[in-house]
Design a protein around this ligand. Sequence first.
Ligand code: GLN
Length: 237
Amino acid sequence: MVASAAVSRSMSGLVSVQPKIGVLALQGDFREHSAMLAGMGIEAPEVRLPSHLEGLDGLIIPGGESTTITKLMDRWGFRDGLPRAAASGMAVWGTCAGMIVLAKHLVDPYPEPLGLLDVTVSRNWFGRQVDSFEADFAISGVEGGPFRAIFIRAPVIERTGPTVEVLASLPDGHPVAVRQGRILATAFHPELTEDDRVHRMFLGMSVEGPLQSEGRPAGASVGSVPDFHREIGASRS
Ligand code: GLN
């Protein structure tokens, strides 16, 4: 995939990179992700067809209902299209149901996940009586103190493959945020908070790979990614 991140040079000569991020808009809380990104100055197209993946640096699969999302993905051809786009460098982040969709294996009999992330996930692990809760914990790669994570009928990760990095776990040891290459998954919903730090981490991830693997835009340096983080951070404060 050709990197489509827009590159601009400020008056100080610093280069900033603005990734092109799409939000899968078949079902679930895609509008909340779009609103978070809009608050960060990122216009994120709604992805409803595999052709909309063309030229994206990153895709967010929102929370919702994983059986419904996978059914709709099958109907519209994402089961081929999404792994192909991911294989050519598009970063992908799944939140909650999105994490279930990305998993290699589920403890549960259905849905059939895409298998892009080498984890085994248990859906609805917290059961019905504790449908929702919030927890504060540090996330590796997210600076500035603990993150308040919102869990809604949330899954947990029961097994991680050898190349999966655990970014955050619950006190009982279950991982709830993981990264494998350019795939990110969180069992919780950063899009339902006012805290854009996980979104910022994903934006950083989505410009890392293409710029490194396919050559950097003229004048850009590796330093442009931290610079991008700073500019986004400033726009929210
Ligand atoms: N438990 C839901 C499922 O299996 C996910 C819940 C969520 O995305 N908040 O799809």
